[in-house]
Design a protein around this ligand. Sequence first.
Ligand code: NAD
Length: 332
Amino acid sequence: MPKKKVLVTGGAGFIGGNFVHYMVNQYPDYDIYNLDALTYAGDLLKHRAIKHNENYHFIHADIVDRAKMISLFERERFDFVLHFAAESHVDRSINEPSLFLQTNIMGTQALLDAALKVGVEKFVHISTDEVYGELDFDATLLFSESTPIQPNSPYSASKAASDFIVQAYHRTFGLPMNITRCSNNYGPYQYPEKLIPLTILSAYQEKSIPVYGNGCNVRDWLHVYDHCTAIDKILHEGVNGDVYNIGGHNERTNIEVVKTILSSLSKPETLIEFVEDRLGHDKRYAIDPTKLEQLGWTPKYSFEKGIEETVQWYLCHREWWEPLLLEKHIQN
Ligand code: NAD
């Protein structure tokens, strides 16, 4: 049997990067192509352990470059496309919405056109629970796959638009696809502008830790390794055309997350600094992953174990995050 060719867009970023590692090791009989524009959020240092593997390939390209995407697909004839590449930080989307629309919407369309022209076995679009908008603080309310799409930030609106386009290409042109909507991820190689790595590194350096509003906004956390196994499951067993929510029943307020990390590092809570709330800050996200669980997927990590390992990972990988802090791209 010929080897499967797997295109991972955004494979130099946080989740895509972990997924590339996972696939290279899990499927030595697949060829994994990491396509990335290497924006501020992407780096290849995270792939130094696999860069000489025969089944790992890197393509430096921008998904918005439609002509390039089409010629690339014509040349490589990918079997699977896993589309992670995106502008992903909500605060940046508030400061610069147009870049988010360009990358997340037009970039997705360019890939869809290329996939449609050449044909693929499956296109998996990696989306987010943020497209559903926000929930009230009522534990019985959860996002299911049929929850109406009601995004609130420019980031989530751009992701919702891309979800609709993927669905339209399936319905109108028959493109085989799945859409995944995962809750907030944490774990190794997350860019230090996001809550968990920002808190770990600020606490470690005994700098103040900014927390929006009163810290009571709720997020549902999943270790990135569990996100990778879920995508693997959906890639191979997901029903063509279906949407799958991904989550591990781990709701925490932001302040709980920060305090857990402070306690793990034995640092004082006086480092916490409440700052003006984010514009349009969603109150609560919480995922119902029943449909995915019915495929036989279960997460490996409890939140406590995952956070402890993540804190230790950052402490042991200064060579990765120190240069990023010096680049001063961090916005918060
Ligand atoms: P990230 O910001 O860490 O990585 C994004 C990657 O995409 C970077 O490597 C960047 O260089 C690349 N990229 C950006 N624009 C590009 C372009 N025009 N062409 C090619 N590559 C480009 O993001 P992440 O946190 O790893 O998120 C990955 C995906 O998962 C996104 O689609 C995001 O919406 C989704 N998601 C993220 C989370 C989360 O908690 N981080 C949760 C659910 C879903």
